[in-house]
Design a protein around this ligand. Sequence first.
Ligand code: KG4
Ligand code: ZN
Length: 335
Amino acid sequence: MDSFVLGIESSCDETAVAVVKNATQVLSSEISSQMDLHKRYGGVVPEVASRLHLDSLPFLVEDALKKSNKSFDDLTGIAVTAAPGLIGALLVGFSAAKALAFRLGLPLANVHHIEAHLYAAQLDAEPIAFPALGLVVSGGHTELYHMAGWGQYKLLASTRDDAAGEAYDKVAKLMGLGYPGGPLIEQMAKRAPEMTKNFSRARMTDKTLDFSFSGVKTAVSLELQKNPPKNEAEQNQLAAKFQNTVLREIRSRVETLLDEGQFKSLVMGGGVACNQALRDALRHETEPRDIAFRVAPPKYCSDNAAMIAGLGAYQISQGKVADLSSTALPRASFY
Ligand code: KG4
Ligand code: ZN
C-alpha cells in the first residue's frame, strides 16, 4: 500500500508543510518564509517567529493538501520537526502535528531536523548507497557523520565554535551586507578575480577533524579595520577570500575521510549546501574516486517540510512511531 505522509517544519523562520508519497516522492512542498520580517532586525526574533508560524500554518496545511491532490482521509501518517530549534517555534508545529495525528488516528513521527537535512538527498531521487559520508552544513550545524544506513550514524567531526552558515551570516553583518549572508557572499565571491587568496588555517593542536570558523571571522574583522575595501572589487575580493577559506576547511576534511576508502557516497545537506562553489569543490573530491555525490536541489537544501515528511514516512515504515505524550526539544542529538 502507498504511504502519504504530511510533514510540518517550524523550527526557525520558515513555516513549511509537505506531502510525500512512499517516503521519497514529493507531491507538494509549501513554504512561507519570514525572512523579510526578520531582516530588519539582522536575525531571527524568536517570539516573532512563533507568532508567524501560528498565523500561517493552517493555510499551508490546506495548500499542501490541495497541491498534492490529497485529502486528510488519504493520509497515512503525520511527521513533524521535534528538534532542534527555537523552542517556541517548534512547539507551534508540534502541537499542530499532534492534534492532526490524534484527530485523524494516524501514526506520528518525531523527526530530527538535522537528520532530515541529510535525508533530503534522497527526495525525488534514487536510494543512497551506504556506507556514506554525511556532511551537514547549515546555519547552526557543521558536522561529518559515518552513515551505515538511515538511523545509523556515528559523529566524525563537528564545529568547535561557529557553524559554516553562522560564519557566513556573521561575516556578512561585519561587511554591512544583509541577512542571510550566505547567498549574498556567494554572489560577491563569484564576481571576484579567480586568484583570490585564502586566510591562514585555523591551527588545531590535536589531530582532530573538528571545524573552527571563528578564526576566519576574526580575520575578516581585522582586515576590515586595518585595510577596509575601497571599492566594490575589493569588497568582492574579501568575500571570496572568506568563502575560499571556508570551502578549503570543508573540502580538506572530506578529502581525508574519503581517502580512507570505505564510503560509497558523499551525502550533503543544510542551507550552505545551496552554495554552488561548495558543490563544485566537493565534486572534485568524489568524481576521481568514483563516489556518488548526493545533494538535493537548493529548494530541498534550505529549510523545508518535504525532508521532514520523507524521513518521517521512513521512520513510520520502520515502526518508529512517537507517543502522543512526547514533546519538542530545543537541543537533541540523533546519533
Ligand atoms: O539549513 P538552514 O536553512 O537552517 C538551519 O537549519 O540552520 O541554513 C541556513 C544557513 C544560513 O546561515 C545561510 O546564510 C546559509 O544557510 N546559506 C548559504 C547559502 N544559502 C544559504 N551559505 C552559503 N552559500 C549559500 N548559497
Ligand atoms: Zn535547517
